[in-house]
Ligand binder design. Sequence first.
Ligand code: 13P
Length: 280
Amino acid sequence: MLTTLTEVLKTAEASGSAIPAFNIDNIEGTEAIMEAAEAEHWPVILTVGQGAIQAGQLKHLARLVQDIAAGSTVPVVLHLDHGISYEQTVQCLRLGFTSVMYDGSHHPFAENVEESRMVVRSAHAVGVSVECELGAISGVEDGIFHKTVNLVDVDEVRRFVAQVNCDALAVGIGNAHGMYQGTPKFDFNRLEACRQLHTPPLVLHGGSGTPDDMIRKAIQLGIRKVNVATELRMAFMDGLEATVGSRDFYAMYRQAKAGMTAVARQKIHLMRNGESLPPD
Ligand code: 13P
């Protein structure tokens, strides 16, 4: 069934675990992720990102998720990833999203607060959850590569949550979008300091390529939503590449989906109970 981010985060909070947020781009990938979530009996956040929106998929993906969620055995959240403006979040409210992220982290603090408050006010008026962001996540985001390691300012977190009634907060602790070169370095002390401020549930972006023990530790320190995109897309593309020579359209998608489902299951398993599944 379709539900809000707030609802699934309650499940995560109660069990000291996290809910995965996977970016979706097409029907096959969405089906692959749903197969993994249903097999693991765990809620899932299906996230529409700026790449998919630029590709013209916003409305189609919203309808797809609503349709799939209506027949699913696990709670499903239809979520906007890194919303770029108040206007874009309102478009998503109209399309029936149950959660929107407004990412004002690249703006000056006061502007981020002001815009985030507007988004929260509109979204909450229609029962939709809101994720905000502080300390922009580095890496490739919206086609822009951010080289600097962005670490959230803990005092800004304190001031932000006092002014913005958001339902989840993404924080930069050295995480980055895309695959990491080498092992990522996360500032776990900073994460702990944020959590002690009694923030809303915290979100870790850039989950791809993060070693399992680091995800485990982040969850122990209060991360309740972990975003993963690149690793799933790579698994899908590996499947396509391996079978493209066959010229068998459906065999290609079968293999791509199977690879994506396997990676999604590993991530869900880890976030649900801290256990690593052996690779397929
Ligand atoms: P990755 O592509 O690094 O997994 O990051 C996904 C993400 O954080 C989307 O917002």
